[in-house]
Design a protein around this ligand. Structure first.
Ligand code: TNX
Length: 508
């Protein structure tokens, strides 16, 4: 029996988020046996470990065979599916005796496996379960609306460490989010070790906003995080915010300032003092000094060398200065010369940019004249440092007085065909712990995931909240300290707080 695309609200076991493209639920089920045989083609080999990890959670063992058509599990990469499914799409079939996942890439297979994961009981997120598992028979053909589906973590104002970021990557992957932007520097703190300028992390890493956390990512941690993310089809985008929001660097390297600190207006602090306040738009590099470009050149070079992904974010927000456009123009060329694609906050669109440079839109006040790619982070839909509800403690409200509800996030729509996707930032002036970060990110990031993945004709907010309610136990098992948004009828469940992600061995 077919229900079209929306998942029936009375379905006890089916609550897939994001909502898939085509979904056909059938009668009957597939009973997971204790021993399974997996058939794969060579191109799909890298995805085997994820299926093994998943089935090991219900105590099943998988034997593998390189073959097109055998066994009761099938994983196939088929290039010819590219036209229909794109890079990230997949098809998943669950039949009486067999589960088939195929895609044009391993990324597609990964998403097929995440969908399958959501069809397993929530307790697999906690550890091994021993009962007999039945999966519903169905067919899904699914691919994303946008190629850019992300979050931004501001780890500068208050630090979120590598452990938290790793956990965050796991959670993102479950919901098919694929971009993680790290805001690595600002007035309050510098968060990445650079060999060219060790003082940035050693001195700048010690700062934070009032009552916030300090620290920095070592190059090894940054590399390991990128590899961990890549395995889960998430690309990290490092941001060094330039030329404003730079006090942590100016404090660490006083020679970057203009004489008499005329680059600090007003002088809310002077080197070597720390700055732990909340003001924005008062610091900048000394744009009048040519030496500033030596610094920026070396900085971007090293950052490009340690970044695995194709993008480097150069910030560019909240500064008003006659030399601003020249700085952005030059810096966008430095990024390109280092083989990377630049990204800047929307103000950067005022400058003459390289063709591939992308714009991240946050308030829509800057006119973006040309046909360049845009990432939408409109604050009224996506600024997760704003309250989940009106008057939530320790949240900002400058962009939206009543807070940003789950439905606000979900209601984002845009017909501008330059938009390649969306990204929800969490600024951390008021986010001083992991639990608070969880509360701001979840469940709204799940709405972000559905907005980024699901095509408009398949979006339905009420249906979304019903599916989300069915993720209560799953989120609790994952140890996510999500905000229990009043828009959702959360189910009764015991928060376990025990986190253990699916593990796999690298033997294949
Ligand atoms: C604006 S939006 C900022 C951040 C602040 C945030 C607080 C943007 C590009 N910059 O520096 O942390 O507001 O909500």
């Amino acid at each position: 029996m077919s229900y079209g695309s929306l998942i029936p609200q009375n379905s006890a076991e089916i609550a897939i988020i994001p909502q898939p493209g085509k979904l056909n639920i059938k009668k009957g089920s597939f009973t997971v046996p204790e021993e399974l045989k997996l058939c794969f083609n060579e191109e799909a080999r890298a995805s085997i470990k994820w299926l093994e990890a998943l089935f090991s959670r219900v105590g099943s063992v998988i034997s593998i065979e390189k073959n097109e058509n055998c066994g009761n599990l099938s994983l196939q990469v088929k290039k010819e599916l590219l036209a229909d499914l794109g890079e990230e799409g997949y098809s998943l079939g669950i039949y009486a005796e067999r589960i088939e996942i195929s895609a044009a890439t391993n990324q597609g297979l990964f998403y097929g496996i995440q969908t399958l994961r959501q069809l397993f009981p929530a307790d697999i997120e906690k550890g091994l379960i021993r009962s007999k598992i039945k999966l519903p028979q169905l067919e899904i053909v699914d691919s994303p609306r946008f190629s850019w589906r992300g979050n931004m973590l501001d780890i500068s104002r208050s630090f979120l460490d590598a452990n938290y970021i790793r956990k965050h990557i796991d959670r993102m992957a479950i919901y098919k989010l694929n971009r993680l932007h790290l805001h690595l520097s600002d007035d309050q703190g510098w968060r990445i070790e650079l060999k060219s300028f060790p003082e940035l992390a050693l001195i700048g890493g010690k700062g934070s906003v009032k009552n916030g956390r300090s620290g920095y990512l070592t190059q090894k941690e940054f590399r390991d995080l990128q590899l961990y993310a890549k395995e889960r089809n998430i690309i990290l985008i490092p941001e060094i915010d330039l030329p404003g929001h730079t006090y942590a660097a100016l404090r660490s390297m006083p020679e970057l300032n203009c004489e008499d600190f005329t680059n600090l207006e007003p002088q809310l602090a002077t080197p070597p003092e720390k700055y732990d306040g909340y003001k924005v738009g008062w610091s900048r590099l000394c744009l009048e000094n040519e030496k500033t470009y030596d610094f920026v050149g070396k900085l971007i070079k090293e950052l490009s060398e340690i970044t695995l992904g194709p993008w480097i974010h150069i910030g560019g927000d909240e500064i008003d200065h006659p030399l601003y456009e020249e700085f952005i123009r030059k810096t966008s060329r430095i990024v390109a010369a280092n083989g990377k694609i630049g990204i800047g906050w929307e103000e950067a669109a005022k400058a003459e940019l390289t063709n591939d440079f992308m714009i991240q839109r946050w308030n829509g006040e800057t006119k973006i004249k040309d046909s360049r790619k845009i990432i939408d982070s409109y604050c009224k839909y996506f600024y997760l440092d704003h309250g989940n509800v009106k008057d939530q403690e320790n949240t900002y409200r400058w962009c939206k007085e009543d807070g940003i509800s789950l439905e606000d996030v979900y209601s984002y729509e845009n017909k501008d065909d330059r938009v390649i996707g969306i990204e929800a930032p969490v600024w951390t002036e008021l986010v001083l712990s992991d639990d608070i970060a969880d509360d701001r990110l979840w469940p709204r990031s799940i709405a972000v995931a559905e907005v980024g993945w699901t095509k408009p004709e398949n979006k339905d907010f009420e249906n979304f909240t019903i599916r989300l309610a069915k993720h209560t136990q799953r989120l609790d098992n994952l140890g996510v300290r999500y905000f229990r948004s009043p828009e959702v009828n959360w189910m009764r469940s015991k928060p376990t707080g025990v986190f253990s992600d699916l593990e796999y061995s690298n033997e294949n």
